[in-house]
Design a binder for this molecule. Structure first.
Ligand code: NZQ
Ligand code: ZN
Length: 401
């Protein structure tokens, strides 16, 4: 077991019957709320009126900012922060998916720190500097994907420079979040699939390259992966089932809680670095979809380069009950079974199918290295430079399913 820190300050409420305690808690943090939503799904479904009536019952005043895009744009965040500042809000309520929650954290940071633009604060920018703090953020996630409802991260996109990069502070961690599975039953199947892929990524990243030092982190991560593997097909068949939606939602929160890596060697999230560069290039590419495109190629590339074969074999044993002492065989079978699961659940494609053509691979790899490696190769149990990144991207082109 290696040393680690865990800090999860968010007061979580899980369940559709938890509205009252959640809104009581929320109202203890402020009385002038900026409600931040996306393109309107929460209005169309009627959820929005429920939420505002809970606020009004408690005498909480609210202002709405509507229009956060998937892969939230820095420029939209800047506009929202200006409105929040003008209205004198003291609390942000993020009501939507990861994009809305991330945008809300950035808005909270800009208002508190009396700044106008978020982009200079993201990782890898030449003008990178520090925010001073943030207004409290409460969240009601409507996707099971990012765990932004507990994380310190806000991932920001900037289509003007084809960039996508995080800004992370401990003070971005939401003060309270309401996980209400009923608000997930309207989620389109495509977004549900993308979200499941993202949940999976948050545990597989360090599971593969973080070493063998924490058996409990291994079991915890396998439990989350198993839950995703079993639950996604059920949700796709029965999308309005609250219980299945709840299983995915709780798995998503726990997947990026930091407990999933506790005791292993801390590592960067390689697939995330590559995927953020891909979504930066194509802002229409959903994060989970980009990750799904990379999985088989990345796993095969690791194997061909004789990296973490033991971990792939362990995964095969735990997830698919592959029983052989031959590590190469177990790892190869694990990748094949995983690939099959992606196919069965509509998550199998090439990068060129999701709006990143092969002639963009070099530019995307350069971005990943500049922003995520600080100009140096990344480390995926060994060097992962531009050449290797392009090899992985090229490998996705074999995924013609
Ligand atoms: O905008 P609306 O109209 O709400 O529609 C959204 C959007 O089109 C729709 N949607 C969400 N909830 C719905 C719904 N439609 C119907 N019913 C509902 N209940 O779903 C679409 C996608 O939403 P989005 O928020 O973009 O998806 P997701 O939750 O996957 O968030 C992705 C963003 O989070 C970042 C990603 O990079 C990406 O920018 N991440 C944030 C992390 C964090 N903060 O810690 C970690 C992750 O690894 C990730 O990078
Ligand atoms: Zn992710």
């Amino acid at each position: 077991m290696n040393s680690f820190e865990v800090h999860i300050p968010t007061h979580l409420f899980f369940g559709s019957d938890k509205a009252d305690p959640f809104f009581d808690k929320l109202s203890s943090y402020g009385s002038q709320v900026l409600i931040v939503i996306g393109g309107g799904s929460v209005k169309r479904t009627g959820y929005f009126d429920e939420v505002t009536s809970h606020l009004e019952k408690r005498g909480v005043k609210w202002t709405l900012f509507e229009g956060i895009e998937p892969n939230p744009h820095a420029q939209t965040i800047d506009r929202a922060a200006a409105i929040g500042k003008e209205k004198g809000v003291d609390l942000i309520l993020a009501f939507g998916g990861g994009s809305v929650m991330d945008a809300s954290k950035a808005i909270a940071g800009l208002i508190y720190s009396d700044q106008k633009n978020i982009w200079p604060f993201v990782l890898g920018e030449p003008k990178y500097k520090k925010l001073k703090g943030a207004l409290p953020v409460a969240t009601i996630p409507t996707t099971a994907a990012t765990a932004s409802e507990i994380t310190p991260h806000a991932v920001i996109s900037n289509p003007e420079v084809k960039g996508k990069s995080p800004v992370s502070y401990s003070f971005f961690k939401p003060v309270t979040s309401w996980l209400n599975p009923s608000y997930h039953t309207s989620l389109p199947l495509e977004t549900t699939r993308d979200g499941a892929s993202d949940i999976f990524s948050h545990v597989i990243e360090n599971y593969l390259i973080g070493g063998n030092d924490s058996p409990l982190a291994d079991r915890y991560s396998e439990g989350i992966m198993q839950t995703v593997f079993e639950t996604l097909p059920k949700v796709l068949k029965d999308p309005e089932n609250d219980a299945y939606r709840g299983d995915l939602l709780w798995a998503s929160t726990l997947a990026l809680s930091t407990i999933q890596v506790a005791g292993r060697v801390p590592t960067v999230f390689i697939l995330h670095n590559l995927e953020h560069a891909l979504s930066g290039y194509n802002p229409e590419l959903a994060h989970g979809r980009g990750l799904a495109t990379l999985y088989p190629a990345y796993f095969k590339w690791l194997m061909e380069n004789n990296r973490v074969v033991d971990r792939l074999a362990l995964l095969g044993n735990k997830l698919f009950d592959i029983q052989t002492d031959n590590e190469d065989e177990a790892a190869a079978e694990c990748i094949a079974m995983f690939e099959e699961w992606l196919k069965e659940n509509g998550l199998y494609q090439r990068l060129s199918d999701v709006g990143v053509p092969t002639d963009a691979f070099s530019e995307v790899a350069d971005y990943a290295i500049r922003v995520y490696g600080g100009g140096e190769p990344l480390d995926a149990a060994g060097r992962l430079g531009k050449k290797e990144i392009i090899e992985i991207f090229n490998k996705t082109e074999e995924q013609n399913g």
